[in-house]
Design a protein around this ligand. Structure first.
Ligand code: PHE
Length: 345
């Protein structure tokens, strides 16, 4: 062991480091020289065999070499770390000019859209939105609406019965009954959108489950003119400002007089075409002044309070608005159909 050997150590380390390309290998090389059992440690342990003079000189030289090695290893470590960071920066760089990934977006279902529009309109006119259960009692769905058991008008709605007293509601009109019983003679101004069920065979214009939006307004001087105004607003909102409505006499057990309401045909402007069967008009809903029997059965005095009710077919007006020719399209969730409504605002 002599000076030459020490100098050689430095040379050898420099040589070895040129081929070191990663931090792990660097650590191993460093341990070989500077570790507890490394070469420098062996040099140090041999110092005790030297004379005091030689020990001094050789000891200080060993320390210098040790310092030089540490500097060298540190420099190499920095170099490798910088290389790694640069590599990562380059390989993980984001090319902001690449085209983006397109996500499929959903859209509001056309029936839901209609309901939201009806709610906005009627809320702006001072109505509130009421709700009722889809499993109803025979009493609320029929009897209190002036349709006693055995009444022939019950045939107008073929109903799913759960038992003789419980049924799937065939109309949203029982919400009228519930609201009147709860309000106990006070004025009422509600709409009630919701699902209804009928024992109809499904085809292009029938569905065993569909939606209605009921309206009920009760107060002191509520007249049929108010009813017409409320429905004209609705028709113009849904179909356009140029549309008109007309009221035709009809029959519902819970209203007297009763009307069926038509909207002027949008395709021919009222002249007559295949869409309106040459009449210029298309039926959109049923309505009327609340029957006195209903008022009485629900706790209202017909001498003091009167009002109107209407029942809008949500599918019906949505089909007319968007020219949908098969009601089943609303329920099967075919995205090709639903996508048509993405752009509809
Ligand atoms: N409930 C009736 C129907 O389903 C519609 C309607 C509601 C008619 C309110 C008049 C008043 O056919």
């Amino acid at each position: 062991m002599n000076d030459l050997e020490l100098e050689n150590v430095l040379k050898k380390v420099n040589e070895e480091l040129t081929s070191v390309g990663d931090l792990n290998t660097l650590q191993q090389v460093k341990a070989k020289y500077l570790g507890k059992k490394g070469l420098l440690a062996i040099f140090m342990s041999n110092l005790k065999n030297l004379t005091i003079e030689a020990r001094k000189e050789f000891g200080s030289m060993t320390n210098q070499v040790k310092q030089a090695l540490e500097n060298r290893f540190e420099a190499k470590r920095k170099e490798l770390e910088d290389k790694l960071i640069n590599y990562k920066l380059n390989s993980e760089a984001i090319d902001v000019t690449l085209p983006g990934v397109k996500f499929n977006t959903g859209s509001i279902h056309p029936l839901q859209k209609t309901i939201m529009e009806l709610e906005d309109l009627y809320i702006s006119m001072g109505y509130t939105v009421a709700e009722g259960p889809e499993i109803e009692t025979d009493e609320y769905c029929f009897e209190k609406l002036n349709l006693p058991k055995g009444h022939p008008a019950r045939d107008m709605q073929d109903t799913f019965y759960i038992n003789p007293e419980l049924l799937l509601r065939s109309q949203t009109s029982p919400v009228q009954v519930r609201t009147m019983l709860a309000e106990k003679g006070k004025p009422i101004k509600i709409i009630c959108p919701g699902k209804v069920y009928r024992r109809d065979a499904d085809d292009a214009t029938h569905s065993h489950q569909f939606m209605q939006c009921e309206g009920l307004v009760l107060g002191r001087d509520v007249t049929m003119a108010d009813l017409k105004g409320a429905l004209l607003e609705m028709a113009r909102l849904m179909f356009g400002d140029e549309r008109n409505i007309r009221l035709r006499p009809s029959f519902f057990p819970f209203t007297e007089p009763s009307v069926e309401v038509d909207v002027s045909c949008g395709k021919c402007g009222g002249k007559g075409c295949s869409m309106c069967k040459n009449t210029g008009w298309i039926e959109i809903l049923g309505a009327g002044m609340v029957n006195n029997n209903v008022l009485r059965m629900c706790g209202y005095n017909p001498d003091e309070v009167q009002g109107y009710a209407f029942g809008i077919g949500v599918e019906r007006i949505t089909m007319l608005k968007y020219r949908v020719d098969d009601i089943r399209n609303f329920y099967i969730n075919d995205v090709r159909f639903l996508n048509q409504f993405k752009e509809v605002k």
